[in-house]
Design a protein around this ligand. Structure first.
Ligand code: SF4
Length: 211
């Protein structure tokens, strides 16, 4: 148990590394969190209500954060392709640039990347297991990567108006999901252990990109 305690204490110290009071480069902690999330979220989760759920805020607070990010030209709203009455939030090129240059978690990101691929994967898997053990009421941030979701299914040949490069289907939203989108965060995620096919697709994509 003392080893577990030591590990948790280190985890808490690591979390403190990106916590700050006030603002950094003109954004407060929650505004950075929102911008970071929206840059990594899929099209179903880039909405004001999904953002509110992710950052653990009310809709009013999330709307205020969206307005702040829009006023700095880091974010813009576009009508949803799926539902014309809804809007989807898009991080602008300026927003991406700001994240790349000034995101307060960048130094932690660099330190983790310096561990190397194998250790990085072990760390990711350990943290995933820890989060899976915590019950939902203890998990404040509820989003994960689409490729691990129980609603993701393979689809047959693409026809009609479906997106040309779609290879998967979300059974929850009944919408096509491309291979690239399976790497994005989703707030409707439900974990599954049964996903043998997606690994084959990812391997194929990696080999193709290597040339
Ligand atoms: S498959 Fe799951 S994670 Fe992916 S879009 Fe659907 S609900 Fe979200």
């Amino acid at each position: 148990m003392s080893l577990a305690r030591e590990a948790v204490e280190l985890l808490v110290q690591a979390a403190r590394a990106w916590y700050f009071e006030g603002n950094q480069h003109g954004l407060r902690d929650r505004e950075w969190m929102a911008l970071r999330f929206l840059a990594r979220a899929n099209r179903f989760s880039r909405t004001p209500s999904a953002l509110a759920g992710f950052i653990g805020a009310t809709r009013a607070t999330a709307s205020q954060i969206v307005k702040t990010l829009e006023s700095k030209s880091f974010l813009e709203r576009k009508p949803s392709h799926e539902d014309k009455r809804s809007v989807v939030l898009h991080v602008t090129t300026q927003g991406e640039k700001c994240l790349n240059q000034h995101d307060p978690i960048n130094h932690v990101l660099n330190a983790v990347a310096a561990l190397g691929t194998d250790e990085c994967m072990r760390l990711r898997d350990s943290l995933t297991k820890i989060l899976n053990h915590l019950d939902a009421t203890h998990q404040r941030l509820n989003a994960s990567i689409c490729r691990d979701c129980m609603f993701l299914a393979e689809r047959g040949p693409v026809t009609g108006k479906a997106r040309a490069n779609a290879e998967f289907m979300c059974r929850l939203y009944r919408a096509p999901v491309s291979l690239e989108e399976t790497e994005l965060l989703c707030t409707s995620f439900e974990r599954t252990r049964d996903r043998p096919k997606i690994e084959e697709h990812l391997d194929r994509a990696r080999v193709a990109s290597q040339g």
